[in-house]
Design a protein around this ligand. Sequence first.
Ligand code: MTE
Ligand code: MO
Length: 322
Amino acid sequence: MHLLRDRGYVHPVPSEITPRAAYLRRRQLLGALAGTFALPAAQAQAARPGKLAPLPGARSGVAGAVVMDKPTPYTDASTYNNFYEFGTDKADPARHAHTLKVRPWAVAIEGEVKKPGTLDIDALLKLAPMEERIYRLRCVEGWSMVIPWVGCSLAELIKRVEPTGNAKYVQFVTLADPKQMPGLRSSVLDWPYVEGLRMDEAMHPLTLLTFGMYGEVLPNQNGAPVRVVVPWKYGFKSGKSLVKIRFLEKQPKTSWELAAPNEYGFYSNVNPKVDHPRWSQATERRIGEDGLFAKRRATLMFNGYEPQVGQLYAGMDLRKHF
Ligand SMILES: Nc1nc2c(c(=O)[nH]1)N[C@H]1C(S)=C(S)[C@@H](COP(=O)(O)O)O[C@H]1N2
Ligand SMILES: [Mo]
């Protein structure tokens, strides 16, 4: 991904376009012509694609949890993916992730907690009431989507396992099974894919432990059965198909930092003023809007979540802590 520049969005073949997606595209085109938005977010999210098991979420009351941007069509969100364990092409995850076995599934809790152990996915699903959160997702490559996720604040899980006073960071370890994941044959990254957050970032109510999207369980290619979504950071911070969460005293290394430390830092907050060494981060292309009239959009500080998360970084030099 980040080692190559974004090579442009590949449209799904016509047979893959559902009537709903076609409808949304048409509305979008009309919207673009009229200079208005096509559908209010609430309406666009109402219909579920009907491909996977339903997983409804109540509208979230967390500040900033529902952006007004129009959600990306499901077809795009589930066919244009980065999930290197299934290959590096954007279409590879949708093509290959059917081999991922999402049951049985458990998440191990380790490190600086009073209650370490293993949490079964079906127990995790009952951790807290499911909420729907409509978040912008900004990939470091320069594209973005708007996705109605279903989940609960990661803080719910963290409180349950009772971190000790030594827990300053959280590390996320994702599945690495060569029998299920053909991409592990490639050495683009060191497997397993690892990510991390500072404890206050992990505890922030916007950090979502995610089980579904568009009112259904996650498609495998989007990180089933459970992933994290951190909306103010570049997409690669949002690890998919989690198998372990570790509570640590020291800042952990992350996969992309290890692969290219001069290009990817631990924080990776979306920041239009701090460019990637090889390209600008000032603008982005919204996936699903790259038709005739597509314009790049301005990228927002902290992906638009500055009112909610800005204070987490007060006094920090964001060029140094990129
Ligand atoms: N395990 C794992 N998680 C991952 C990745 C990956 O390659 N492996 N890619 C990341 C990147 S670069 C992005 S942009 C998002 C994409 O999430 P989406 O496909 O659900 O939109 O997932 C992130 N999580
Ligand atoms: Mo990304």
